[in-house]
Design a protein around this ligand. Structure first.
Ligand code: UTP
Length: 407
């Protein structure tokens, strides 16, 4: 008898607890134990720094320094691509949002502005852009995870898709990996379930492929797609200038940057590694690299990656067909111990393995980086309080709005 059949039988005969064990067995049978044990070895050996390589600064285009003619050419080309259906937006909303600690998908969080959730902020902004571009239809793809997929869809349903045409919204799920305790044991978060975590924003390419998103984009004639996160309330999901910049220069991918506010701001920095575009994540940067300045006192590696990137459709396909390396994050997660007791730890207790979207950059021969203004483009919601919190994001959002910068 196979597992689904056994589960059905257990339910039929009134044994729901045992049926849950079958669910767990199904999850466990889908885990690549060899991969997970290799990842644990990497994590526990402390080998978490960026691999060796020849690191050098990367050329950057500063938006503010573009001459008027170039600027207008980019905007016109971007607008044309949007109008003719050649552009799509992707929002990655599969993260766990552990630092924010909100009960529900992060996109459902209300920072206290006119739009009542992070999802609504993005929907309204896309709708405004579509209207400016002559009523264009902008396909919007939203990445969820096994943990938040149904809650996310239900939220969209309950809110009438915030006025977005449902046929232009498509959800797709990312892959999951188990979280592993510091002793190498896979974490259980209840007596019968394994603690699975989304496999990082780098999982977006594989998930787009598996979820039929790339196929759908091709069928609609999409040439470039923006991919960003859900938690930056100032994200310009559809920025004609950025789109035109990528399109007219025929770039395989492009990313926005801004100057980091201090050497240890929690954002990766753009650079070249062995001559190819690369981002060193803040958890993996050496102090020397973080602090390095030129003669004028500017950071040599000062262009922070803000998870605002655009990819040509063939780059998406290429990235989907390859595996990106996994990085290790240390997280705090509820677990069930050997006696079946549930514990909410006070300190981090588990490794989570995540692929990073920017590891796909090094597949590209060239990449454009557009340095933009922080106050109009970046207000992340990461922590419950203090830096990068709902309070700081709200303030930045209101101030950008007051200056008419939310189109
Ligand atoms: P973060 O790396 O900041 O993670 O994600 P997070 O899940 O929001 O928060 P913490 O670290 O648990 O506190 C940046 C963006 O990438 C998305 C998130 O939803 C967010 O928009 N993301 C991250 C995914 O979609 N999937 C992932 O596996 C990881």
């Amino acid at each position: 008898m196979d597992l689904p059949e056994l589960k059905e039988k257990l339910i039929k005969y009134g044994q729901p607890e045992l049926a849950e064990i079958i669910d767990a067995a199904e999850t466990v049978s889908g885990i690549d134990l060899e991969l997970v044990s290799g990842l644990y070895r990497m994590a526990s050996s402390g080998d978490r720094t960026a691999e060796e390589g020849d690191i050098a600064p990367i050329p950057v285009t500063v938006e503010d320094e573009l001459d008027r003619v170039t600027r207008e050419r980019y905007i016109r080309a971007g607008e044309r691509l949007i109008r003719t259906g050649g552009f799509a937006a992707v929002t990655m909303a599969g993260g766990q949002g552990t630092r924010l600690g909100h009960n529900g998908p992060k996109g459902t969080y209300d920072i206290g502005v006119d739009e009542h959730s992070l999802f609504e902020i993005q929907a309204r902004r896309l709708l405004r852009r579509a209207a400016i571009s002559g009523g264009a239809q902008i396909p919007w793809y939203i990445m969820t995870s096994g943990e938040n997929d149904s809650a996310t869809k239900a939220f969209f349903e309950a809110n009438g898709y915030f006025g977005y045409a449902p046929e232009n919204v498509r959800f797709f799920k990312q892959f999951m990996l188990p979280m592993v305790g510091f002793d190498g044991r896979i974490i259980r978060d209840s007596f019968t379930s394994v603690k699975m975590g989304a496999d990082g924003h780098g999982g977006v390419f594989r998930a787009m492929q598996a979820g039929g998103v790339i196929e759908d984009m091709k069928a609609r004639g999409v040439r470039y797609a923006f991919i960003g996160g859900i938690d930056n309330v100032l994200v310009k999901l559809c920025d004609p200038l950025f789109i035109g910049f990528a399109y007219l220069n025929d770039l395989p991918c492009a990313g926005k940057s801004l100057i980091k506010r201090d050497p240890f701001e929690k954002a990766g920095v753009f650079c070249l590694k062995n001559g190819r575009p690369y981002v060193v994540e803040y958890t993996e940067i050496s102090e020397e690299m973080a602090r390095a300045t030129d003669e004028a006192g500017n950071y040599i590696y000062g262009d922070a990656h803000i998870l605002c990137n655009i990819f040509r459709i063939d780059t998406l396909e290429d990235a989907a067909g390859r595996s990106l390396p996994y990085h290790v994050a240390v997280k705090k997660t509820r677990y069930v111990d050997a006696n079946g007791e549930i514990t909410e730890p006070e300190k981090p207790n588990a490794y989570k393995f995540e692929a990073f979207i920017f590891d796909a950059f090094s597949r590209c021969d060239n990449m454009g980086i557009l340095r933009v203004k922080r106050e109009y483009e970046f207000a992340p919601v990461k922590n419950r309080e203090g830096e990068d919190s709902p309070a700081t994001a709200r303030e930045l959002y209101e101030s950008a709005k007051a200056r008419g910068k939310l189109d």
